[in-house]
Design a binder for this molecule. Sequence first.
Ligand SMILES: [Zn+2]
Length: 245
Amino acid sequence: MASIIPSDNIKKQMDENISSKLISEIIRDRIKSQKHRFHANDNISDFINPGELEILQKEVTSRVKDLLKSLVIDIENDHNTQETAERVAKMYINEVFKGRYHEKPKVTSFPNDKNLDEIYTLGPISVRSACSHHFVPILGECWIGIKPGNKVIGISKFVRVADWVFSRPHIQEEAVMILADEIEKLCEPKGLGIIIKAEHYCMKWRGVKEPNTSMINSVVRGDFRHDPILKQEFFELIKQQSGLI
Ligand SMILES: [Zn+2]
């Protein structure tokens, strides 16, 4: 039976490392030694070994406990917040920021044997993210348009990849570019367009407290960028699909 339990040697090495360093420091050192970026909206799963996420979750739990203590909340006697640190750590690592710590969903692409070249759009796809500045939700919808290239993927895969990309702390302007990069890697489309419309809780809940403002941004690449008629067709299809523009 397959096992994710590390071998004795690796375990020994992990134990030694853990005894002297926090797991977040070990992971950070690995990323730095490979000269990779680890901004809030980067995926760092390549640098996390099997079994380490659980250890990281424990470290984050203890840090969130410290945060609650610094907020002068009695986490020992307040039954409502006794397990808040555990919940928040689990939520960050495995749910709302899973796109940082977990691998990209497996997506199989197929050759475009029939040479499909008509554009298609899909949406709305839910946008569930958080702003990098305040760690409060960004919620909205997104639409994707494709002019197929050499490869095709099932339409449900776009939803899975979008969820993985959005499940990180973001600013909306960069989220749309990162999603476009991932879709280009997966299916190498001749044309790609993405539109996001989202509400930012850092504007609704705090700050200017403006409840009805949303932000729309888009990216167009390949033939959608170079061919004005195709670009027009893309925006027209999205308009019909969403009533957005
Ligand atoms: Zn914000």
